[in-house]
Design a protein around this ligand. Structure first.
Ligand SMILES: [Zn+2]
Length: 133
């Protein structure tokens, strides 16, 4: 017999709210039991440590709702978290650089060309002419 009951997608009351087991099982079914990172591995509740992950992290503006949740093998979740933190660090670095660029030119000035012998002589002549005026 097919289940026809349509449950409303879970919405966390607060960012700290944890989805219940029925939500996790629904996610598990939606993912066909596969880790959501794309590794193609089947997750086994008995054998594996499984994490419930926010697809878009809460600190990046993601919502604590079922549509933003996925199940990952814990070891793969850790990799994702590290990648997110690296990306966040790069973003910060990028912003810091952009801020610095506002204050000083991003290129190093080569300065004025060193006067060549001929150039100095011409300048000397100009100065002389100026002095005579
Ligand atoms: Zn995986």
């Amino acid at each position: 017999m097919a289940r026809t009951a349509k449950l409303k997608p879970w919405v966390g009351r607060t960012d700290e709210s944890m989805p219940g087991i029925h939500v996790l099982l629904r996610l598990y079914a939606k993912q066909n039991g596969l880790c959501a990172c794309g590794c193609g591995r089947t997750m086994n509740f008995e054998r594996d440590k499984i994490d419930c992950d926010h697809i878009v992290p809460l600190r990046d503006g993601g919502e604590n709702v079922e549509a933003n949740l996925q199940l990952l093998l814990q070891e793969h979740h850790k990799v994702k978290t590290v990648a997110e933190n690296v990306a966040r660090g790069k973003e910060r670095q990028h912003k810091a650089k952009a801020f610095t660029a506002l204050r000083k030119p991003s290129f190093q000035s080569r300065g004025f060309p060193k006067p060549t012998e001929k150039y100095s002589a011409a300048r000397g002549a100009m100065r002389t002419l100026g002095d005579e005026r």
